[in-house]
Design a protein around this ligand. Structure first.
Ligand SMILES: NC(=O)c1ccc[n+]([C@@H]2O[C@H](COP(=O)([O-])OP(=O)(O)OC[C@H]3O[C@@H](n4cnc5c(N)ncnc54)[C@H](O)[C@@H]3O)[C@@H](O)[C@H]2O)c1
Ligand SMILES: [Zn+2]
Length: 403
C-alpha cells in the first residue's frame, strides 16, 4: 500500500477555491490651464505629446468641433504652424478632422465607425495621439473612438466650453448616445492629458458660458461653502464673463471634480451613488422633456433650485438657504424654473418624476440622491417624497424668489 502524503494539485485547488487575480493600475494625467495653447511658442501641447517618449516623433490626428472652427477659423493654420514648429515631436497624420459640434456629434451612430475607419486607413497605432478640440459632446465622441480603437489610443482633450473645462473634460468618461438614450454606449478611459485653453472661451456664446457655471455652483454647494461665498461675491462680474473670476471659477470647479475622481473611492462609478450629481436627477429629465431646448447647465440650475427647496420642505436644509441659492443662480443668469417642470402626464403624475426612476435605473441598485444639509455639504438620501417635490415645483413656479 502506498500513502501519498503530498496533496494532489486538484485537491489543493479545491481547498483554496478560485484563483484571485488582482492588480492595480495607477492612472495619472496632467490638467493644464493656459491661454493660446496653439501659439507656436507655447510648449505645453508638444511637451504632453513627447512626455513619456521624448526621442520619438508621434503621429497626431486633430479632431475639431466645427463650432470652434467657425468661431476661430485661424485654428487650422495655427495647428499647421504649431506642428511645423514642433516637427521633432509632431507629425500631422492628416488634415484636422472637423466634426459637427454639440449633441449631433453624439447622436449619429455612423460617426464612430466612420472615424474609426478613417484612423485605420491612416494606420494610426497605439503610439499615435488623437487630439480633440471642442465642447463636451465632441470630446465625448472623440474620447470614445480613441479608447476603443486598438483597445485604446492616447487622447488629449482640449475643452473649449466652460462646462467642458470645469467638469466633463477633466474627467474619465467617454461615450455617445444610442437608441435614443444619452451616453448609453461609452467607457471609462482617462485621457493622456487635458489642456484647458481659456482663450477659446472668448468666442463662446454667452448662453453656453453661463450654463457651464452651473456645475461650479453645484460642486460648491455640496463640497465647498467658501467657494459658494466667493461665487456670490463675484456673481455680477461672472454674469458678464469677466475673464479673471471666470478663470478662477473654472480652475476651482475642475479641481473639486478631479479630487472626487481621485479620492472619492469610485472613479469608474461602480456603486449606485453619483455624489457630484446634485440637481441632476431632475436635470436629465428636463433636458429630455424640453428636447434639449435647455442646455445641460440650465437644466442643472433648475434641478438644484428644486432640490434646495425640497430639502427645506423636508426639514433637511435651513429655511432661507434655498432663497440664497436661487438668487445666486439668477444673478449668474441661470434659470430656476421651466414650464416643463410642472408638466403632467395623462394620469396626472408630474412628468419630471420619471427622472427619479430613470436615475436609479441608470445607476442600478438603490435610489441614491444627493441633497444639501447645508450650503457646502451634500448628503445622500434613498427616497424622495412626491408631495414635497410637487410643493417645491409650485414654489419655484410662483416666482416668489424673484429679485
Ligand atoms: N464625459 C463627461 O463626464 C460629461 C459630463 C458632463 C457633460 N458631458 C457631455 O457634454 C456635452 C455638453 O458639452 P458642452 O456644454 O461643452 O457643449 P457642446 O459640446 O454641446 O457644445 C455647445 C455648442 O458650442 C459650440 N462650441 C464649443 N466650443 C466653442 C467655442 N470655444 N466657441 C464657439 N462655439 C463653441 C459647439 O460647436 C456647440 O455648437 C453633453 O453631450 C454632455 O452629455 C459629458
Ligand atoms: Zn452635469
Amino acid at each position: 500500500m502506498t500513502v501519498n502524503l503530498m496533496p494532489s494539485a486538484e485537491r489543493l485547488a479545491e481547498r483554496s477555491g478560485p484563483h484571485l487575480q488582482r492588480f492595480a493600475v495607477t492612472y495619472e494625467y496632467p490638467v493644464h490651464f493656459t491661454e493660446h495653447a496653439l501659439a507656436p511658442d507655447n510648449p505645453i501641447l508638444a511637451d504632453c505629446i513627447s512626455g513619456k517618449e521624448p526621442s520619438r516623433r508621434h503621429r497626431v490626428v486633430f479632431v475639431i468641433d466645427d463650432g470652434v472652427a467657425a468661431a476661430a477659423p485661424a485654428i487650422l493654420d495655427d495647428i499647421r504652424a504649431y506642428a511645423a514648429r514642433h516637427a521633432a515631436t509632431i507629425e500631422l497624420a492628416a488634415t484636422p478632422r472637423l466634426i459637427s459640434g454639440g449633441e449631433r456629434a453624439k447622436n449619429d451612430p455612423s460617426l464612430v465607425e466612420t472615424l474609426q475607419r478613417e484612423l485605420v486607413e491612416l494606420r494610426i497605432d497605439r503610439h499615435a495621439f488623437i487630439i480633440a478640440i471642442g465642447g463636451g459632446a465632441v470630446l465625448d465622441l472623440a474620447g470614445f473612438v480613441a479608447a476603443t480603437l486598438h483597445r485604446g489610443i492616447r487622447h488629449i482633450r482640449m475643452p473649449t466650453t466652460v462646462l467642458a473645462q470645469d467638469d466633463s473634460g477633466v474627467g474619465v468618461k467617454n461615450g455617445v448616445n444610442a437608441f435614443g438614450i444619452k451616453n448609453l454606449v461609452g467607457c471609462f478611459a482617462p485621457p493622456f492629458a487635458v489642456i484647458n485653453d481659456f482663450a477659446f472661451l472668448e468666442r463662446l456664446d454667452p448662453r453656453d458660458r453661463i450654463a457651464g457655471m452651473a456645475e461650479a455652483v453645484k460642486v460648491a454647494l455640496i463640497r465647498d461653502a467658501g467657494f459658494f461665498a466667493w461665487i456670490e461675491a463675484e456673481a455680477d462680474a461672472l454674469a458678464v464673463g469677466a475673464a479673471k473670476p471666470l478663470r478662477h471659477l473654472i480652475r476651482r470647479c475642475a479641481e473639486l471634480h478631479m479630487r472626487q475622481i481621485a479620492h472619492g473611492g469610485d472613479p469608474f462609478e461602480m456603486g449606485s451613488a453619483r455624489p457630484l450629481d446634485y440637481g441632476h436627477w431632475a436635470a436629465h429629465k428636463l433636458e429630455a422633456l424640453t428636447e434639449h431646448a435647455l442646455r445641460h447647465g440650465e437644466a442643472v440650475s433648475i434641478g438644484m433650485a428644486l432640490d434646495a427647496r425640497y430639502a427645506v420642505a423636508i426639514g433637511l436644509l435651513e429655511a432661507g438657504a434655498e432663497t440664497r441659492i436661487c438668487r445666486l443662480l439668477q444673478r449668474l443668469g441661470l434659470p430656476i424654473f421651466d414650464a416643463a417642470l410642472s408638466r403632467r402626464l395623462p394620469d396626472g403624475e408630474l412628468a419630471v418624476l420619471a427622472g427619479l426612476r430613470e436615475f436609479r435605473e441608470h445607476l442600478g441598485g438603490e435610489l441614491t440622491i444627493t441633497l444639501l444639509e447645508r450650503i457646502g455639504r451634500g448628503v445622500e438620501v434613498h427616497s424622495m417624497d412626491e408631495a414635497a417635490i410637487a410643493e417645491a415645483i409650485r414654489w419655484l413656479g410662483s416666482g416668489k424668489v424673484a429679485g
